[in-house]
Design a binder for this molecule. Structure first.
Ligand code: ACM
Length: 538
């Protein structure tokens, strides 16, 4: 054998050995069961085919040639990198495209099919997402993220096995939200972005920001600058407060949009308005507020409220200036908010006369409509004479929810007893409120939006939203302690059909979220109602 032949022979031999060892890697993989994966929320249907798709450095992603789909592909590539260190190319040239593929496939629009629905077919050689929108692709991508194991199946060769089968999926409710109260304590843009990341991972699609309350005004309104200068200068407990400039708010809106989450801003009125009325005393409708007639900045600051009581403030609903103010605020906010909803609060206006309250809300509803938006209000707004377009957010009084439903208004369900994330888990909870008792993790999950209020059927329910009031929390880690793991259960209540929701099964899947929660450095509450040692996730 001359030297060249010898070298060629050795090369072919080594190549063969290499291919054999790779093949062996696959060959050794145990059978899989896609139906038993720890997906949250549980998809509509899963059919397992018991084999594996191997994700490795040769895998690439192919998307339709449209910016929104390419962005979805890039998002998946980035998340795969974060989890596995693999560099997965998106839309590689055909000639370089040698490995297995993850294909996003745009199918024809069928109006009967939801924009968020998708079909995911995982076989040994490919992963195919069939969807009609980039939003559907984005939801499917969350499923893929959850299916990639945390540990490589072969650290030597950097291989990651994804179980094969077919998932057909779509949301049970179109509205799956959470609310952050950034008024009682202010949370900055980075905190909100982190919350958005986690919501997106669990397929939630609405973040409601409670931007104003007695203790603080948190959004820059250029035509009324004192709102943030005075009203944004403190918070519960007397801390330094804060506010979003319009640029920062736009940054949150844009970040949420990249994650297919809609921001709904809330300006709470006519009650919960002490910070606004202190900034501009002309707005104030509370008779006893003598200090508030002062124009001095230091007097105004001194008059701000840093306690935790509710129900003591109101706008003067009989003054035209108040409607001019509301018009300016809604105009500026609508221009910054691409989503169709503006939340106007309307809760606990205990010192507003009932007739004044109804008249005020009727006028506010018209202002919101004038700027092309649909109004949402807390359940008390059902008592005013509003149009059927306005959405009622049930939080406490079932009679208000029934009244809204009798008026053919749609409902968002946020029962305080079940999904107010600020309620303490139990008597040992470090943070939280307890005006409605305790809400352990199981009781937060174990209820049915479809059956919660007698006489209100599923078609009247837009969806569910879990609010997190921030009187007792001032740091993101404290907020996380209250939100997690309960928010994850709410994501399933919103997405998964009733037949697919079951506490015993859910809690097993929940335990297996810990690698993700730990990687995201989420300070979740390790509830004793869940056996955290039963973790199987690799
Ligand atoms: C509310 O909890 N006051 C809506």
């Amino acid at each position: 054998m001359n030297k060249t032949v010898y070298l060629k022979f050795s090369f072919v031999f080594l190549l063969g050995l290499f291919i054999y060892s790779c093949y062996n890697e696959y060959y050794d993989l145990p059978p899989t069961n896609l139906e038993k994966e720890n997906l949250i929320p549980k998809p509509l249907s899963i059919l397992a085919t018991n084999s594996s798709f191997i994700l490795d450095e040769n895998t690439s992603i192919i998307t339709p040639d449209e910016e929104v789909f390419i962005s979805a592909g890039n998002f998946l590539s980035k998340k795969i990198k974060d989890k596995t260190q693999l560099e997965i190319e998106v839309n590689l040239e055909e000639s370089k495209n040698k490995g297995r593929k993850i294909i996003i496939n745009k199918v024809d629009k069928n109006t009967a099919v939801d924009d968020e629905s998708y079909e995911l077919t995982i076989s040994k050689n490919s992963i195919i997402i069939n969807t009609q929108t980039a939003e559907g692709a984005f939801r499917a991508i969350q499923t893929i993220r959850q299916l990639i194991p945390y540990k490589s199946d072969s650290p030597k060769n950097n291989l990651w096995a994804i179980p094969t089968g077919t998932i057909i999926d779509k949301p049970n409710f179109e509205y799956r939200g959470s609310m952050l109260d950034v008024a009682r304590h202010f949370f900055d843009v980075e905190d909100v972005k982190k919350y958005i990341d986690i919501m997106a991972y669990y397929k939630m699609n609405v973040l409601h920001l409670h931007l104003t309350d007695d203790q603080g005004w948190r959004i820059e309104i250029k035509s009324w600058p004192e709102l943030t200068k005075i009203g944004g200068s403190t918070e519960v407990g007397g801390g330094k407060g804060g506010f979003y400039t319009q640029e920062q708010y736009k940054e949150i809106v844009a970040y949420a949009a990249q994650n297919y989450i809609t921001i709904i801003p809330e300006i709470d009125m006519p009650g919960h308005t002490h910070a606004a009325s202190t900034s501009y005393p002309i707005l104030n409708g509370k008779e006893a507020a003598t200090l508030l007639s002062s124009d001095s900045q230091s007097d105004k600051k001194a008059a701000l409220y840093t306690g935790m009581k509710v129900g003591f403030s109101t706008f003067d609903t009989n003054k035209e200036e108040v409607y001019g103010f509301v018009d300016d605020v809604i105009r500026e906010l609508s221009a910054l908010t691409p989503g169709k909803y503006i939340h106007i609060g309307g809760d606990e206006s205990k010192v507003t006369k009932q007739d004044d309250y109804a008249c005020f809300l009727g006028r506010v509803e018209k202002i919101v409509a004038k700027y092309g938006k649909t109004m949402i209000g807390w359940d008390e707004v059902a008592k005013a004479n509003l149009s059927t377009n306005t959405i009622v957010q049930f939080w406490y009084d079932k009679e208000n929810a029934k009244l809204a439903s009798s008026k053919k208004m749609k409902l968002i369900l946020s029962p305080a007893k079940r999904i107010y994330l600020d309620i303490k888990y139990d008597s040992l909870s470090k943070y939280g409120n307890r005006w409605i008792g305790y809400t352990p993790v199981d009781s937060s999950y174990n209820w049915s939006p479809e059956k919660y209020i007698d006489g209100i059927s599923k078609d009247q329910i837009l969806g569910v939203e879990a609010p997190l009031w921030s009187e007792t929390v001032s740091e993101i880690s404290e907020l996380e302690y209250l939100a997690f793991p309960r928010l994850i259960g709410v994501a399933e209540l919103g997405w998964s059909v009733e037949e697919n929701r079951n506490w015993e099964n859910y809690k097993e899947r929940l335990v297996n979220q810990t690698p993700y929660l730990n990687k995201m450095k989420i300070n979740y509450f390790p509830s004793k109602r869940v056996d955290w040692k039963k973790i199987k996730a690799k």
